[in-house]
Write a protein that binds this ligand. Structure first.
Ligand code: HEM
Length: 394
């Protein structure tokens, strides 16, 4: 059987691995005007210290801040505001709420796969629609609008531009303006749904958000919309990548696929290993409040710092044989969901979707494999690692 590893260098997608030297876990990039952190212990240290490494990076990217308010945007918030809002939304993601979704996720996966015949483009047929329908149903926005979400989200991430804080080229400016337009459209869409819920409450997360109070004060429509936007964006493209990447990694390592087929109790471990080996959200950003020492370097105050969790997940100081994809890896302290107070709120949901979908794919398609004539396509954004298109033969 021809596998992807024979036809295409799987590690080529991991462009951020180039230029990463284990002996230089913290590097300044003067051209881009920011810092890169690649080392596992250094990232764990920084993500555990929110009083030095703030999540509010928008204050250092003024044009972004001007066009897009960070109010209600959980990912951009620091304590104490972050704790209050996080507590509020955590109720929507309790282990019970997530576990109760399993039959719906299985039903949707089967329904989506019923529509394919002897071949599939996995992203369009399953990996994109499944998580977006689940998160839209949780929020209470029509999942039939998913074509719109895709248009908005694609425009935000469909750029090969290197992350930079320095003067941008005309092309970068145009991309940025287009992305901001899409953010605005998505925000308007969510605001109109929030307004509707104030008048006509329903059993959904949007209603819970408009009715919730932080310190006795209700969230504004703008805050509700920003909050919902984080869930909608974070809640689907990453999980889309997780599903595609897991199938891709297993295909590229047939002996590992055989192990999982032979022992399904390995499915959760295969998902963890996929998250480590091909971390969907390759980097998260922070902004320093003060001068600080990290990995032997002094990072001054008011600097943007990119934490490359995808590179840390290959740090040989933490992982034995880090470039080997091993579905039996134990322990596997991968940090693809981040660390510290901003640890991914949706991690249990993403893991559940990954486990259910992979099991059903393995059940239904004993000969599932990549199509040697149609190589996969990858997300162009440098801080994302994931397939955009994954043609498969069934
Ligand atoms: C935060 C990754 C799925 C909602 C994060 C962070 C990472 C991450 C790295 C930390 C950001 C930071 O520290 O700045 C992922 C990956 C996923 C995934 C790799 C799938 C494989 C989801 C899902 C949801 C979700 C399904 C929602 C349903 C969130 C939210 C935050 C977050 C709300 C912000 C938490 C906070 O700031 O306190 N995610 N995520 N994510 N994620 Fe996820």
């Amino acid at each position: 059987m021809t596998t992807l590893a024979d036809t295409w260098g799987i590690n080529e997608a991991q462009f951020w691995l180039r230029g990463v030297h284990p002996d230089q876990p913290v590097q300044h990039d003067p051209d881009a005007g920011l810092w890169n952190v690649y080392g596992y212990p250094e990232i764990v240290q920084a993500l555990s210290d929110h009083s030095t490494f703030s999540s509010n990076t928008q204050r250092l990217i003024p044009d972004l801040g001007r066009q897009f308010s960070s109010e209600g945007n959980l990912v951009q918030m620091d304590p104490p505001d972050h704790n209050k809002l996080r507590k509020l939304v955590s109720h929507a993601f309790t282990p019970k709420v997530v576990a109760d979704l399993e039959p719906r996720i299985a039903g949707l996966t089967n329904e989506l796969l019923d529509a394919v015949s002897d071949r599939t483009e996995l992203v369009a047929d399953l990996a994109y629609p499944l998580p977006v329908i689940v998160i839209a149903e949780l929020l209470g926005v029509p999942s039939s609008d998913r074509g719109l979400f895709k248009k908005w989200v694609d425009a935000m991430f469909n750029s090969t531009n290197k992350v930079t804080l320095k003067a941008r080229s005309k092309e970068q400016e145009e991309y940025f303006a287009r992305a901001m337009e899409q953010v605005q459209e998505l925000s308007d869409y969510l605001i109109s749904h929030a307004q509707e819920r104030r008048e006509q409450p329903r059993e959904d997360l949007l209603t819970k958000l408009v009715e919730a109070e932080v310190d006795g004060v209700r969230l504004t429509d703008g805050e509700v919309a920003n909050f919902a936007m984080v869930l909608l964006i974070a809640g689907h493209i990453t999980t889309t990548m997780l599903l595609g990447n897991t199938v891709l990694c297993l295909d590229a390592h047939p002996e590992q696929l055989a192990k999982v087929r032979a022992d399904r109790s390995l499915v959760p471990k295969a998902i963890e290993e996929s998250l480590r080996f091909f971390s969907p959200f390759a980097a998260v950003s922070r902004a320093t409040w003060k001068d600080t020492e990290l990995g032997g370097q002094i990072i001054p105050a008011d600097q943007v710092v990119l934490m490359w969790v995808a590179a840390a997940n290959r740090d040989p100081r933490e992982f034995e044989n880090p470039d080997v994809f091993d579905v039996t890896r134990d322990p596997n302290p991968q940090i693809a969901f981040g660390r510290g107070i901003h640890f991914c709120l949706g991690a249990p949901l993403a893991r559940l979707e990954g486990r259910v979908a992979l099991n059903i794919l393995l059940d239904r398609f004993p000969d599932l494999r990549t199509d040697p004539a149609a190589p996969p396509e990858f997300m162009p954004a440098p801080t994302m690692t994931g397939v955009n298109k994954l043609p498969l033969l069934l």
